[in-house]
Design a protein around this ligand. Sequence first.
Ligand SMILES: NC(=O)c1ccc[n+]([C@@H]2O[C@H](COP(=O)([O-])OP(=O)(O)OC[C@H]3O[C@@H](n4cnc5c(N)ncnc54)[C@H](OP(=O)(O)O)[C@@H]3O)[C@@H](O)[C@H]2O)c1
Length: 366
Amino acid sequence: MSQSATQPVVAVLGATGLVGQKLIALLEKRRFPLSRLKPLASQRTAGQQIQFAGQSVEVEEACPEAFEGVDLVLASAGGAISQALVHQAVARGAVVVDNTSCFRMHPDVPLVVAGVNNEALDAHNGVIANPNCSTAQLMPVLKALMPLGGGLQRVVVSTYQSVSGAGKEAIDELRQKSKLAVDCAPGEYPTGYACFARPMAFNLIPHIDVFMEEAPYQGYTKEEWKLIVETRKILDLPQLPITATAVRVPVMVGHSESVTVDFNQPVSLDEVTAALRAADDVVLSDGLTDYPTPLETEGTDPVYVGRLRRDASNPEAGVSMWVVADNLMIGAALNAVRLAEALVARGLVTPRSQCAHLFEPAAATA
Ligand SMILES: NC(=O)c1ccc[n+]([C@@H]2O[C@H](COP(=O)([O-])OP(=O)(O)OC[C@H]3O[C@@H](n4cnc5c(N)ncnc54)[C@H](OP(=O)(O)O)[C@@H]3O)[C@@H](O)[C@H]2O)c1
């Protein structure tokens, strides 16, 4: 940590983005102990003023020198920017919590959901990865269910992901096109779209990120692959049978998931209910009609579970449920800030020198 300060200097890389803005708001709201905030973004927004703890702070252009004197970086400017700049920050002594997919699957980078596998932080080499938003919200739920019924036999997930998961331009595009679409006759919906593979207004799109070509994931999208491999890494269940279908829906904020879990041995619905009720960061709705929706949960911290029921096709050892969370919170900014808090609490915001191998070209996954 900088010798001049007892509290870390914190840079937010991607400070003007959806996740970056949430990061800054949460650092203030949770009174994160920092001596100075450094908001970094592209040349486009450098010079803008942002408000933090009652003060105006100028956004600076992200470049290697911007990390001089920085102890902790919360990065959310996209995979290419992390690929280009994270090693520059680590070389200058900073520890980086990265929100992009750049380093998540590197074996020497801990992939952590706060409250699920914090112990993985201890082995960090300068970079800690935040999982994909749809993975993050599933983790407290599966972690709570893992000890039941002789363990998880299989997990099937379908996601309903909001457009905010694709960044601020995606929100603008849906807003504009939805206004135009309202008065259109069927079949004459507005064309022209930049952020999605098809028109997003009044539609849904089973295609997030690129399609995979490598066996055994041919035909999956990379978003689906991320959910599968990140879940296995975080839960330390490398053989877990899990499959996913990821769908973008015209919701502004909040990801929803239909989740079916099979256990190895019979398990009662009461046991599952009790485990979810006792789980940290999980709020279980009881009543049939008391299910969570993205609109109602936007801006809140927990993962919400509703529609919990026996799987009628596997009544002894299977359950199905509906899982909703704010993707910008537990799926991104809240998790990153909680990880930063845990790093400080564990005395882990200290420079790492044995980390060059993390940044060799083959390390990046996106
Ligand atoms: N949105 C989510 O729910 C979510 C969840 C988990 C992870 N993530 C990941 O977090 C990252 C950011 O997501 P987002 O939704 O916040 O995106 P966003 O709203 O599009 O914001 C992107 C940010 O990156 C900055 N940026 C772009 N090009 C840059 C450059 N050349 N140099 C420096 N900064 C640059 C932008 O700055 P300007 O304003 O100057 O362009 C902006 O601050 C992505 O990698 C995403 O996959 C997002």
